[in-house]
Design a protein around this ligand. Structure first.
Ligand code: ADP
Length: 594
């Protein structure tokens, strides 16, 4: 028997669930009823003494096991107390063989037998999962009276003797039932534990996966970053030398670099989101300025496609969002809308109130999406119109990532469209503080359609490009940086060389170092420091950057990780952080801003 008994740690919690208030009062009511019935056939003190013993003890037991102090005990100790206390209680119930026994009154004796067997059945059913506890309890309730029936009946009364035999047989069958019940329960418990272990293992794999991707992310970004830095000088050289084949080759490398950079960033984003590493930094975010920036960013692409972007977003509308994530989502939606919009038709970005949410919509008058494909476009690597898998047309990851971002922000991303009738992408985001107390913002599109809305856009709306456009405000011929000494803390030789050359081409005097200690030693030589975040021997570029800044240096942080914690730390310390890969233009802009 003991070989089948699991270890204490492998057993389910011993709690038998018999301690609800309802169960307590029901049992006491039954006992009182029994007492009153037996009081008609016996001197009243006898059944009432029995009732006082049983009810008193079970009340104490109920009070004891429902106390928080008892629940805080280790399972083994709780199991022991449960066992002993239920045995004690069943012993008192079973003392009916003495207190409730009515010699010569067969009706009352049958009532007694039924009552005791009912009690035993209740114990066997409710105290499932602990064979020892159940068997001893059942025996304590039934056996004394059964034996008394048997012995008394043996001498004179056949009915009484049969009652005794019935009680004994019932005890045996209850023991078997309890054994079967315990086995089933332990099997279920074992299955549940295995499922829990499997879930923990899956979570561990997820964590390992996220660590792996974090490492891959960092290590892949380094060479991609270096290539990006080498590119601009290479292209300039080819241009200066008027070497056309070299220019073509360099341009080809630049395009491949962008494609690689895109693919890397998007695949890593997806895997990091799936493994739960990416968390939204939710805060009150005003939507209008964010949309304005995005419209500006997409202006050049819109102009090339002959499309006008109309933003119908009033200021003072705040959503609970992660500004960076929301930008990524909208940027992707705008990319698609511009790509699919026919020339001359507008792309409209609008904001409407919808109960407790904002509906941020991007609409275009493109070919639209057939109903059956509308869910598919949110799957990874799905592109409806690019069977040749031409990478220049995108990767088919944008919407998959955008939907996850929207979900992380507590919102959603959905599509409304029909073949040939344009497309409306809706980002639903929780509101922070709607300015108007009630009523939805009217949607000009519903009444006027895309062109109508664009034409009648209110003065507050932003239309880009304006009628007379001035494209590409950012000058390609930026003024060179003032010459200065730059400390370059970078442990990857490839990246260090590329950065060094680039900085020198901008007239900077570069002092490359590889470790935190070297950086602090040579800090006196420089006025500006560029620090990689992940350094050899577990050192952090962030700490070095803070020390250098305390010495009065200007500091730029570079990181191959897209970790929210790092972003947060950089923001808290007001440090400028660039995430690799960084193009030379981004680098120049960052250095100028310093
Ligand atoms: P990508 O744009 O990189 O191909 P997305 O995930 O952003 O990837 O889009 C997936 C597919 O959804 C697109 O290839 C296109 O077929 C379809 N799609 C997305 N936006 C639109 C739109 N505005 N109009 C028509 N089709 C769209």
């Amino acid at each position: 028997m003991s070989s089948a008994t699991p270890e204490p740690g492998q057993r389910p919690d011993p709690e038998d669930g018999a301690h609800t208030v309802a169960a307590y009062w029901t049992l006491r009511a039954c006992e009182l009823l029994g007492t009153l019935i037996f009081a008609t056939a016996l001197p009243w003190q006898q059944p009432f003494t029995w009732f006082a013993l049983v009810a008193g003890y079970s009340t104490w037991r109920w009070w004891y096991v429902t106390r928080p102090a008892f629940k805080a005990r280790p399972p083994a100790s709780r199991r022991l107390i449960y066992r002993v206390s239920i045995w004690m209680m069943m012993f008192l119930v079973g003392s009916a063989w003495y207190f409730l026994y009515t010699p010569g009154d067969q009706v009352m004796l049958v009532v007694l037998a039924i009552y005791l067997m009912g009690s035993a059945a209740l114990v066997a059913l409710r105290v499932a999962g602990d064979f020892t506890r159940t068997v001893v309890a059942v025996c304590l309730v039934v056996l004394p009276t059964s034996l008394r029936f048997f012995i008394d009946g043996f001498q004179a009364d056949l009915v009484l003797m049969l009652l005794g035999v019935g009680g004994l047989l019932m005890t045996v069958s209850m023991v078997q039932m309890s054994r079967a019940q315990e086995r089933t329960l332990l099997q279920q418990y074992d299955l549940r534990q295995r499922a829990e272990r499997a879930a923990t293992a899956v979570a561990a794999v997820g964590l390992a996966k996220s660590r792996f991707f974090a490492a891959v992310s960092h290590d892949l970004r380094q060479p991609v970053h270096a290539i990006g830095l080498y590119l601009d000088p290479l292209i300039k050289l080819a241009q200066r030398a008027h070497d056309e084949p070299a220019q073509h080759a360099a341009e080809g490398i630049r395009q491949s670099w962008r494609a690689l950079d895109d693919l890397l960033a998007q695949v890593l984003d997806l895997t990091r989101m799936d493994s739960g590493v990416v968390k939204a930094e939710l805060q009150s975010t005003e939507i209008a300025p964010l949309v304005r920036d995005l419209v500006m960013q997409h202006s050049a692409a819109a102009e090339r496609a002959g499309v006008r972007i109309v933003a119908l977003v009033q200021p003072g509308r705040f959503a609970v969002a992660d500004a960076l994530m929301l930008k990524r989502v909208l940027s992707n939606l705008l990319d698609n809308a511009i790509k699919f919009s026919p020339p001359g038709r507008p792309v409209v970005v609008s904001l409407r109130s919808w109960r407790d949410d904002w509906r941020l919509q991007v609409r275009d008058a493109g070919p639209g999406i057939a109903a059956e494909a509308q869910e598919k476009i949110f799957e990874e690597f799905v592109q409806l119109d690019n069977e040749a898998r031409d990478r220049r047309q995108g990767l088919g990851l944008g919407l998959a990532i955008s939907r996850r971002f929207a979900g992380l922000m507590g919102g959603s991303l959905s599509v409304r469209s029909a073949s040939g009738q344009g497309c409306c992408m809706t980002v639903l985001l929780p509101k922070v503080q709607p300015r108007r107390s009630a009523g939805d913002t009217p949607d000009p599109l519903d009444q006027q359609g895309l062109d109508g809305a664009a034409a009648r856009a209110p003065a507050s709306a932003m239309v880009w490009p304006p009628v007379l456009t001035t494209p590409g405000a950012e000058g390609a011929t930026a003024p060179p940086l003032p010459a200065q000494d730059v400390l370059l803390l970078e442990d990857d030789p490839l990246v260090a060389r590329a950065m060094g050359q680039l900085l020198q081409s901008w007239g900077q005097r570069v002092h490359p170092v590889q470790t935190a200690a070297q950086a602090l030693e040579q800090a006196g030589l420089c006025t500006l420091a560029i620090c990689d975040v992940r350094l050899p021997h577990g050192a952090s570029g962030l700490d070095v950057a803070l020390q250098l800044r305390a010495q009065g240096k200007k500091v730029l942080l570079l990181s191959g990780e897209t970790d929210a914690t790092l972003r947060e730390a950089a923001r808290t310390h007001q440090l400028l952080l660039l995430t690799k890969p960084v193009s030379s233009a981004q680098m120049l802009a960052a250095l100028k801003s310093l």
